[in-house]
Design a protein around this ligand. Sequence first.
Ligand SMILES: C[S@@+](CC[C@H](N)C(=O)[O-])C[C@H]1O[C@@H](n2cnc3c(N)ncnc32)[C@H](O)[C@@H]1O
Length: 302
Amino acid sequence: MSQKHPYRSLHVPNDAPFKLKPSPGKGWGAFATRRIEQGAMILKEKPLFVLRKPHQEITEADIRAAFDRLGPSEKRQFLLLRDNGSSPFSNMERLCAENSFTLSTNSPGHGLFLLHSRFNHSCVPNSKVPTTGDEVIVSYATRDIDADEEITFCYNTDFECRTRHERHQALRFTCDCKACLTGTPFQQVSDMRRRLLRGLQYLTVGVDLDGRRQDSTLIIDSKLKKAAQDSSIPLSSRLFYYLLTMCLLAEEGLLDDFMVERYKPAIETAVALFRTESNVVIVRHVMAQKSWLGKCGMATRL
Ligand SMILES: C[S@@+](CC[C@H](N)C(=O)[O-])C[C@H]1O[C@@H](n2cnc3c(N)ncnc32)[C@H](O)[C@@H]1O
């Protein structure tokens, strides 16, 4: 049956390192056709169309109007889309929600991407679309991907700080990646690591994931919570929190090059703020350790 499947007619570039095929339990997915090295570009894609409205305001009529403006070949490609690879979509809004990316351009925008939307989700993915600030989106391998391995990315940007239960509530489907498969030692530790990551982010940024101060039990110690909110966490603790964050992300399989780039400025700023000669020597010694675990361990000892 899958030989006649509409996705067989989706235009995948000849040089793309993947093909589309059924992914058991997940509809269809994208699978590597050759080994893809960490850091390599996987796909650069233009949207079929962009809707310049906040998500909640997009209507069936907006999508129909965008469809009507497409050329004949683009219309044919659009009409190939299936709800998780099976039946036609019951309405255009759902079709759009399942196949679009929020663009982080100046004005609100959602782009409909035919191929990137074929990639399934994983909470421990092997690829990333690092920015959607441009209308053209690009995915990269965040680790080496073997031929025939499924290519996945994480659908949400704050999942490294969310437990399995929270992630599944947001996704509205049950992911079975190694951070989600229950009863495994990795999964149990994964939830603890992600909860810790959320706490560490609160301690370093002073707000929770939604950008607000929180009054629940994320940080129980009221003095510590106040210090985080007032940005008065001592410099040595702040640096340690960053190093611990990097260790936890590495253990969780999420410390890709983009993540390192994200934390690098904050870590470098913290390092540069140590002034007394003895502290400078200690920090230099800590940062000279090769791995994040090594840096973290040395920081604890010193
Ligand atoms: C953007 S589509 C991905 C491509 C889709 N599988 C297809 O065949 O067209 C997103 C949908 O794929 C399914 N999906 C994606 N990742 C999944 C996962 N890790 N586990 C189960 N289903 C998944 C869900 O139904 C989700 O709503």
